[in-house]
Design a protein around this ligand. Sequence first.
Ligand code: NCD
Length: 330
Amino acid sequence: MPEARQTVWTRKDLIGIEDLSREEIELILDTAPQFVAVSKRESGIKKVPLLQGRLVVNWFHEPSTRTRTSFELAAKRLSADTLGITVAASSSVKGETLHDTLANIEAMHSDVIVIRHGCAGAAHILAARHDSHIINAGDGRHEHPTQALLDAFTMREHVRQRRGDPEAGLDGINVAIIGDIEHSRVARSNIWALNKLGARVTLCGPATLIPAHVEKMGASVTSDLRAAIRDADVIYALRIQLERQQKGLFPSIREYIRLFRIDNDSLRAAPDHALVMHPGPINRDIELATEVADGPRSVILEQVSNGVAIRMAVMHLLVNFGGKKPTGTL
Ligand code: NCD
């Protein structure tokens, strides 16, 4: 018999996976299935009243389709009111600070602020000073915690199905993360999450796209794609983030494709059961061949579906169980 769960949620904000304990991560993952069920209801009524009367503000300073729409849908399915701030049309472009903008939003009684920002630490500094629940939807290269949570959830669902064990976790599974690790907040949050959940992580990509000292986070590194995926239960491809690169960090796209693309040919080196994942958006036929992205091993659209449930779980835990602003901060 598994022991009864002792973990209770006490955090006001979700800033990064690095801060969370294994138990907290598992609590979020275990809170999500009820919300998967809400989105799949036969009645078609995809709503529960857990955040009724609350205001969730989506505040995105960088482009986003998936994450922004996923948070918005999650809030709506919890019956919250939602507001989206389009940065190009807001006072940030007139020089208003993040704190001032948020103080103004809070004067209109916000409950949850979902923020994406190009600067690492943006969500953290707001959380320390403001009463709203702050959720980091990606801060620079630092963290993207809800992406790692939805990824871990998707992996865990498949491990459970494959083993026929509804209690199975990620202990001992091998995850290969391939591509542009250097610029990837998704990779960083995933390394923290997977390590805490007992998985083994191997990173693979051109040496110039692997950050120095990343082994200290608990991952192993190789530049040989076939070695990286040989024992992989999950192959996680990352987008080559051309917009974040100041200089050419590998000789050419053609060279990258030859050495690192996940396609039917390179997949021959992986076990038959290996899943293929990607956080999106995909550069089709660069890091991932179309035949694989749309093929039977790909669970990319399941990641997207699970993302809504995970974000519902996070907002529910923060608002209905999370603590208030800590005293004596900045
Ligand atoms: C990622 C991001 O923005 O960090 N996408 C996402 O949120 N699904 C990864 C990327 O931009 O490549």
